[in-house]
Design a protein around this ligand. Sequence first.
Ligand code: ADP
Length: 375
Amino acid sequence: MGESPRRMTEVEYDAAEVAYAESRALVAGEADADERAVEAALRPRTLAEVIGQERVREQLSLVLEAARRRQSPPDHVLLAGPPGLGKTTLAMIIAAEMSSPLRLTSGPAITHAGDLAAILSGMNENDVLFVDEIHRMSRPAEEMLYMAMEDFRVDVVIGKGPGATAIPLEIPPFTLVGATTRAGLLPSPLRDRFGFTAHLEFYEPAELDLIVRRSAGLLGVELTSEGAAEIASRSRGTPRIANRLLRRVRDFAQVRADGTVTEDVAHRALDLYEVDQSGLDRLDRAVLDALCRRFGGGPVGVSTLAVAVGEERETVEEVAEPFLVRMGMLARTPRGRVATPAAWTHLGLTAPAGAMFSAGDEGVRGDQPDLFADD
Ligand code: ADP
């Protein structure tokens, strides 16, 4: 090891981002490789630069400060929350704040325990290992990770059958930062090995407003405060979407207007891109539409719903639903997904008499299903 850990240079940082972007499986609603590269320029690089997530920021800064004082790597950190809220950003900041090199990988890239062993055996002391979508790692790799997290060693199995031997391999102390959109899917032995779990929340419009202005500054986009507010209010509480909408609105402003993003420009651009006033995009509306028009408001299983809109179940569950639930338009019940009165209203429809929630129902009553059940 010998070398003391150092801060990544800009070039290494960007190269890590691009390599990571290229390694990722494409999940709709997430950023693709090009977008990831653009996002690199917009990422806050220190905890102080992060907008919103006050509680997580404070908790994390304590964890990091304590580790610095002990001069040991911080506890393993789990970052949980829907896509685009800043999990990767925070992982990069953890490494930067600890002046530690960062290694990036993702659950779907680790299909065998051997893949993980290869990564772990190349680690140096104090490295930060970021595993995105950690809930999608293979089971044998997950089991290897338990031991690596707790004892900083793994058993590498060589050969097969009766002749197989397990060779113990020491790993220098490192920090694992796991990110997941589905904390509930993590087996508890894995969850329990994280010293700290941060639950990221959707952002308030005022915070998104600041994010849009900051990004506009970095991208050199002129925008009025009404223009920023219009983008922020349609961003579904998600910084990635705010940044994405800003770029689309900028295109519109440059081609169809004088380049400045005003309220009117933002409004027309977002209508063109089919992002409605509540921030619902095509997928959200397709889900609601299928739920109401094809399944009479539900209950309907999420897999059936996903087939009806031609998407992966995971995309519907992780990208569309959290927002629709948050908007009070969709309820997850033990019997399936159900449209709420707000959904019918949003689509300009009237709920049929037999619908589980019909028009006029006000909110949730005691005899209604468990809205927070997972399926
Ligand atoms: P996730 O890993 O949760 O999908 P990312 O960390 O990739 O999300 O964030 C997506 C984009 O949103 C990044 O480019 C970053 O610029 C922006 N972003 C996320 N969180 C914040 C924040 N708190 N303040 C400013 N920008 C943010």
